[in-house]
Design a protein around this ligand. Structure first.
Ligand SMILES: Cc1cc2nc3c(=O)[nH]c(=O)nc-3n(C[C@H](O)[C@H](O)[C@H](O)COP(=O)(O)OP(=O)(O)OC[C@H]3O[C@@H](n4cnc5c(N)ncnc54)[C@H](O)[C@@H]3O)c2cc1C
Length: 503
C-alpha cells in the first residue's frame, strides 16, 4: 500500500444529493475554494438518491397527510405542512437559478409536473380531509388546491382508482396540479458533472474509513482507494459527512461531543412496480393515502406516476421492512456496530419503546406478494398480481436520540444536521422529508459552519434563492412571482385549480 496525501479547503464524504447540493452552493459562493469528494460506489447518486431507491416526491405537503394533524380542540395543525412547502420553494428557486445560468442542462431530466392528490375512504377520514383542505386552501402556499367527494369528479381525476369501486363508499380527494415528480438521482449526477467542470476532484470507489481531528484543528480523513487497494490521507479545514445511511458511523469516528448519545434505526422499503403499459397509461398523479394504525409515517401508501429512464412508470408503496443494514449496499453488521458505550442506553431505551414498531416491520418483511397486493387493491380494486413486480428501495436510517419531550431513546422521523461547536465538521442524519429539502438543509449547514461569511455571502444567496430569509406565506406577491419564474425555468405547470366540489 502506498499513501496519497492532500490538503484542501473542503471535503465532502458521499456523492448523494446532499453533498452535490452543498458542493454546488459553495462553488457559487467561493469558486476559488478547493473541494474534494470521496464516494465509495463507482457513480454519483446510487444510494438513497437513486430514482429507484426513493419515491421521487417533491415533498411540499400538497398530498402527504402526515404533515397535518388534528389538534385536541378539533382544529387542524398545518404548521409542518407550511414548513415543508416553504423548504421545497427554496429547492425550486435554486434549481431554477442553476438552469437559468446554464450550470445544469435540461430540467425535464430531473423534474416533471404531476398532480399531487390525497385520497381517503370512510366517513371519519373524509371529514378529516375536508377540514385539512379548508385549513390549507386559506393559505397562499396551497392556493389552487381542489377538493371533491363527488364520484363523477373523482372518476375524472382518478380513473384507475375509481374503476370497479363500490358506489356506496365514502371517498374523497384533494388535488394540486402544481405537484412534481423529481428524479433526485439524475439531479445528483447533473450537479456532480457541473462540479467536475469546475475542477472539483471527485474520487469514486474511495471509501472513507476514519475521520480524525489534527493537532492544528483541521480534519484528516483516512480513505481506502478500493480499486488500487491503497490507503490515502486527506486533510481539510471543513468536512461534510454526507454518507446517507453511512453518516452515523463516520460521525461517531469523528468523536465530536455533539455526536454522542445518538443512534440509528434502519427502515427498509419496497415498491411494487407495474409492468402493464395499459394500466400505467390510466393513471397520472401521485396519490397519497392515510398510514395504517401502528405504521410509521414513512410507510404511508401511495400510488405514483413516475418518470424513470425517460419512461412513464407506475409505482405503489413503500412497504416498510426491517434490515440491519444502514445503506442498501451496506453490511448486516451496521446496526450492531453503531452501538457504542455512549449511545448504548439510548439504543436500549429505544429498543424497549419501539418493540411494536420493530414487530410491525418484521411482519411487513414476512408478507407474501399476495398480501401486499391486498394493500394495493385498496387503491386499485381489480389489481392483478401478474401486472406488478416487487423492487427493493433504499434504506432510511431514522435518528434515535434523547429528547426533552420523548425522553431517552426517542425515534425521530425528520432530518438532523449535527455540527461541531466550531463548525468545522457537519453530518446529515435522518431521511425525511429528505432530498426535497436539500437546499434549505445545506443553507442551514452553511449558516452553522460559516457564520463569519454569511453577511458577505447573502447577496449571492439571494441571487440564487430570492426568498432567502423570508417566509413566502407572508409575502404572497413574491410567492406568485417565484411560482411563475421557477415554473418557466423548470418547465413546470403554473395552472391554478378551481374550487371545492362537495357532494
Ligand atoms: C424508500 C425511500 C423513499 C424516499 N422518498 C423520498 C421522496 O419521495 N422525496 C424525497 O425528497 N426524499 C425521499 N427519500 C429520502 C431521500 O432519498 C434521501 O433524503 C436522500 O436521497 C439522501 O441523500 P444523501 O445525499 O444524504 O444520501 P445518499 O443518496 O444515500 O448518498 C450518500 C452517499 O454516501 C456514500 N457513502 C456512504 N458511506 C461512505 C463512506 N464511508 N465513504 C464514501 N462514501 C460513502 C454512499 O455510497 C452514497 O452514495 C426517500 C428515501 C427512501 C429510502
Amino acid at each position: 500500500m502506498s499513501n496519497r496525501v492532500t490538503e484542501t479547503e473542503v471535503i465532502l464524504i458521499g456523492a448523494g444529493i446532499m453533498s452535490a447540493t452543498l458542493g454546488t452552493l459553495l462553488k457559487e459562493l467561493v469558486p476559488e475554494w478547493d473541494i474534494t469528494v470521496f464516494e465509495k460506489l463507482d457513480k454519483a447518486g446510487e444510494e438513497s438518491s437513486n430514482v429507484w431507491n426513493n419515491a421521487g416526491t417533491g415533498h411540499s405537503a400538497l398530498c402527504e397527510l402526515n404533515y397535518t394533524s388534528e389538534k385536541p380542540d378539533g382544529s387542524m395543525d398545518i404548521s409542518k405542512a407550511i414548513k415543508v412547502n416553504e423548504q421545497f420553494q427554496v429547492s425550486k428557486q435554486f434549481w431554477a437559478y442553476l438552469v437559468n445560468n446554464n450550470l445544469i442542462g435540461d430540467p425535464q431530466q430531473f423534474i416533471m409536473s404531476l398532480p399531487h392528490m390525497s385520497l381517503v375512504q370512510g366517513e371519519d377520514n373524509v371529514t378529516f380531509l375536508k377540514k385539512r383542505f379548508k385549513a390549507l386552501s386559506n393559505n397562499p402556499l396551497f392556493e389552487g388546491m381542489e377538493y371533491s367527494d363527488d364520484p363523477k369528479t373523482l372518476v375524472e381525476w382518478l380513473p384507475l382508482i375509481m374503476q370497479d369501486r363500490p358506489s356506496n363508499e365514502a371517498i374523497a380527494a384533494t388535488k394540486m396540479d402544481t405537484g412534481t415528480d423529481v428524479n433526485f438521482g439524475a439531479l445528483t449526477r447533473m450537479l456532480f458533472e457541473h462540479l467536475q467542470s469546475k475542477n472539483v476532484e471527485i474520487n469514486y470507489k474511495h471509501s472513507v474509513e476514519d475521520v480524525k481531528r489534527t493537532s492544528d484543528g483541521k480534519w484528516e480523513v483516512r480513505v481506502h482507494d478500493m480499486e488500487n487497494d491503497k490507503l490515502e490521507f486527506h486533510t481539510s479545514k471543513f468536512v461534510f459527512i454526507g454518507g446517507g445511511g453511512g453518516s452515523l458511523h463516520l460521525l461517531q469516528k469523528s468523536s465530536i461531543p455533539e455526536g454522542r448519545h445518538i443512534g440509528g434505526f434502519p427502515v427498509s422499503g419496497l415498491f411494487m412496480v407495474c409492468n402493464n403499459p395499459e394500466i400505467i397509461e390510466k393513471h397520472n398523479a401521485k396519490v397519497y393515502g392515510k398510514a395504517k394504525v401502528g405504521a410509521p409515517p414513512m410507510s404511508v401508501p401511495h400510488l405514483d406516476t413516475r418518470y424513470i429512464d425517460g419512461k412513464r412508470s407506475l409505482l405503489f408503496g413503500p412497504y416498510a421492512g426491517f434490515s440491519p443494514k444502514f445503506l442498501k449496499t451496506g453490511s448486516l453488521f451496521d446496526l450492531a456496530t453503531s452501538v457504542k458505550p455512549n449511545n448504548v442506553f439510548t439504543m436500549l431505551a429505544a429498543g424497549a419503546k419501539q418493540m411494536p414498531l420493530t414487530k410491525y416491520l418484521i411482519t411487513q418483511v414476512m408478507q407474501s406478494k399476495e398480501k401486499r397486493m391486498e394493500e394495493l387493491r385498496e387503491f386499485i380494486p381489480d389489481a392483478q398480481s401478474k401486472d406488478w413486480d416487487l423492487v427493493v428501495a433504499g434504506q432510511r436510517v431514522q435518528v434515535i436520540k434523547d429528547t426533552e419531550v420523548g425522553g431517552k431513546g426517542t425515534l425521530q422521523f425528520g432530518t438532523e444536521v449535527i455540527t461541531s461547536e466550531d463548525g468545522s465538521i457537519a453530518a446529515l442524519l435522518g431521511a425525511s422529508p429528505g432530498a426535497s429539502t436539500a437546499v434549505h438543509v445545506m443553507l442551514d449547514v452553511l449558516n452553522r459552519c460559516y457564520p463569519q461569511y454569511m453577511e458577505a455571502w447573502e447577496p449571492k444567496i439571494k441571487e440564487m434563492v430570492p426568498s432567502y430569509g423570508l417566509s413566502l406565506m407572508d409575502h404572497p406577491e413574491l410567492l406568485k412571482d417565484i411560482h411563475k419564474t421557477t415554473a418557466k425555468a423548470l418547465g413546470l405547470t403554473e395552472k391554478e385549480g378551481k374550487q371545492a366540489v362537495f357532494n
